[in-house]
Design a protein around this ligand. Structure first.
Ligand code: MLT
Length: 258
């Protein structure tokens, strides 16, 4: 499937950044622009988001991974590249690493985890998917996710950021949001992928992340052969939006050291 994408910078290194759910590629815009001095940066809308197609049905994390593979081929990326993903984007990055590890020079896992949903969590996603389909609106998903995406303080101090994140969520179509919910509910545990990932990994977490706290990063660091963990102070689940400068600096250091 052909994905819509933005491209920043140029050069020998390529970095591909995958967004979280249900946000779209704009969530990486500031970070991508900042690291464009050291790499070519490709930032797609995953299927179901933004300007990419949103077919009916659930989107397996491998569906997304094959879409990303098609995109990098289309962009003429031949050498191994760095794949980064936040939350759902991290689930996709791990699915990609499972099947196409040889394409990667490194991986960035941001506010994500390798484990699957519990049966209760998966049922909750299915219930939410049915609810938004019945309503013809994604508002129930926005109401469920928006209050926990940012560090608690941001809801008091930074209304512009809160409304900006809401705006990103409002752009996503019902079929795409439902497809991602069902795909995430069905995703496999990919802890085994971490154990055998023989390339460098940057684990990047917001200190105030309530969805995937830094503890998830510590767990992944303990099984990855070559990982470094950076905790971004004061950020919640979305460091690229909450602390873009610190996030960009961490990614630049990782990419330039490879
Ligand atoms: C995300 O940010 O992509 C989601 O919170 C992931 C999830 O719901 O598991």
């Amino acid at each position: 499937m052909k994905l819509a994408y933005d491209e920043y910078g140029k050069g020998a290194r390529t970095v591909v950044l995958l967004h979280g759910f249900p946000l779209g590629r704009a969530m990486w815009a500031s970070v991508a622009a900042q690291i464009a001095d050291c790499a070519r940066v490709i930032v797609p809308d995953l299927r179901g988001h933004g300007d990419s197609p949103a077919p009916a049905g659930g989107y397996d994390m491998l569906d997304h991974a094959w879409d990303v593979a098609e995109l990098v081929d289309q962009c003429g990326v031949i050498d191994p590249f760095v794949l980064g993903g936040l939350s759902m984007g991290g689930y996709v990055a791990l699915a990609f690493a499972e099947r196409l590890r040889e394409r990667l020079s490194g991986i960035i896992l941001c506010d994500t985890k390798a484990t699957a949903d519990t049966p209760e969590a998966a049922q909750g996603r299915e219930d939410l998917a049915r609810k938004i389909e019945a309503a013809g609106s994604t508002e129930a998903v926005i109401a469920s996710f928006l209050p926990k995406l940012l560090a608690a303080q941001a809801y008091e101090d930074n209304p512009a950021l809160v409304s900006g994140v809401r705006g990103l969520m409002e752009r996503q179509p019902v079929a795409g949001v439902a497809g991602c919910l069902r795909g995430m509910a069905a995703r496999a545990d990919r802890t085994a992928v971490l154990k055998t990932f023989d390339r460098p990994c940057l684990l990047l977490f917001g200190s105030e992340d309530r969805i995937t706290p830094p503890e998830e990063g510590r767990k992944m660091a303990s099984v990855l052969p070559d990982a470094g963990l950076i905790v971004i102070d004061g950020a919640g689940h979305l460091p690229p939006l909450e602390r873009p400068d610190e996030t960009a600096a961490a990614i630049r250091d990782f990419v330039t050291a490879l």
